[in-house]
Design a protein around this ligand. Structure first.
Ligand SMILES: NC(=O)c1ccc[n+]([C@@H]2O[C@H](COP(=O)([O-])OP(=O)(O)OC[C@H]3O[C@@H](n4cnc5c(N)ncnc54)[C@H](OP(=O)(O)O)[C@@H]3O)[C@@H](O)[C@H]2O)c1
Length: 352
């Protein structure tokens, strides 16, 4: 476990990366995203932040609170329902009109509803899209801006997806998008393993950028708001009993920011001669982490809430030996192409 004082000391050095870091927080209107966004604003010099979600009231409050944390920072809200990739594409275009580089993407969009498969007009389940397709689409669309960030001082570029690293189990490989075998549990399993492998796949293709999939631990957030009333009641009663197991709001923000910025999780090939390209330097008694493919410093990492490397090793290495990373990459690119065709009116989702 990375000690909390190391986390705070690392975050306090983020200003060394210079003014004007640009960050995107999708799902930053509540919970883990909000806590991490605030930690980022508090610890950076003149940051520019894009906050994506649906809740305007929460966004207004967060923007006001960020103004108090850092008067030189700028936070802009972009309202969108990112359970549809059309909306992801629209938001990316909005950001691309304003920014040439993006140093950091943090994604926490999701919910805990138990509604079963709920297809969007693109033929994708909305929960699956929040946990996975929307996250990969943001990263994929914004690769040009991440690459620019990795090639211009301070040469720092990273993408963090907060979901369930370490909580992998077997997938149904004959129904990757769970078109016919959807359940809430399977959705969690598939999107967790798929986030794992895509961190690895992106890292192999983009040597100047690091990609992390993290698990946040148990955090008291708004994530239960879409649970059925009875379950919400049970959770409310149980919350005091769970308190000792919760990772607090400030600690969560600090720890996810550490994952977002420490040189413990560098890209595969940080720009030479750029001392901060790997991220915020770490103390001498720590060392660079092992990537998900087993190689130290591979650029793709699975991290627990406390900074430790996680992942069900046997399951993931068996899947890797079967070529699952390539399968997931190709599946994802095919889904993107199909959704583009649907949104351009070239094919009908009902018949495709
Ligand atoms: N809290 C935990 O203990 C815990 C544990 C393990 C994993 N996780 C995972 O961590 C992630 C973050 O959870 P959290 O606890 O921070 O939850 P949260 O407080 O409910 O935050 C979820 C965020 O996702 C956004 N969101 C949800 N649906 C959206 C949509 N259709 N379009 C755009 N934004 C949407 C919400 O914004 P709007 O409401 O503004 O749309 C909100 O900002 C989730 O994937 C969750 O499954 C959480």
């Amino acid at each position: 476990m990375v000690a909390l004082d190391i986390v705070h000391a690392s975050n306090a050095r983020l200003r060394e990366l210079g003014p004007g870091l640009v960050a995107l927080f999708v799902g930053g209107t509540s919970g883990i995203g909000e806590f991490t966004l605030k930690a980022f604003v508090q610890n950076t010099a003149s940051p520019r932040v894009y906050l994506v979600g649906r809740n305007v009231t929460a966004a207004d409050r967060i923007i006001k609170e960020c103004g108090e944390l850092n008067k030189e920072g700028k936070v802009e809200f972009l309202k969108a329902d990112v359970s549809e990739l059309k909306e992801v594409d629209r938001i990316c275009k909005e950001i691309q009109k304003r920014e040439k580089k993006i140093n950091l993407i943090v994604q926490t969009q999701g919910n805990l509803n138990l509604n079963g498969r709920n297809e969007n007009p693109e033929g994708l389940d909305r929960k699956f899209t929040l946990n996975y397709y929307s996250r990969m689409r943001f990263i994929h669309n914004l690769l040009p801006e991440l690459r620019t960030a990795s090639t211009e001082p301070p040469n720092f570029a990273r993408a963090l997806s907060v979901l369930g690293a370490g909580h992998e189990s077997a997938m149904n490989l004959s129904d990757i998008d769970l078109k016919t075998t959807f359940s809430t549990t399977r959705c969690a399993t598939h999107t967790t393993v798929m986030n794992d492998f895509m961190a690895e796949e992106f890292a192999a293709r983009e040597p100047g950028i690091s990609f992390l999939h993290s698990a946040p631990g148990l955090v008291n957030t708004g994530v239960a708001r879409e649970l059925p009333l009875l379950l919400r009641g049970v959770l409310k009663i149980a919350t005091p009993l769970l308190l000792p197991f919760y990772v607090g709001a400030n600690e969560t923000g600090a720890r996810q920011l550490y994952l977002s910025s420490s040189a413990i999780y560098p890209p595969a090939k940080p720009t030479e001669g750029a001392p901060l390209a790997a991220g915020v330097p770490f103390p001498k008694d720590l060392s660079v982490s092992k990537g998900s493919n087993g190689k130290v410093g591979s650029g793709g990492y699975l991290a627990n809430w406390n900074g430790e490397i996680v992942g069900k090793e046997k399951l993931l290495s068996d899947y890797r030996a079967q070529g699952l990373g390539k399968v997931i990459w190709e599946h994802t690119m095919e889904v993107f192409q199909k959704v583009e065709a649907i949104n351009e009116g070239k094919i009908d989702p009902a018949t495709s």
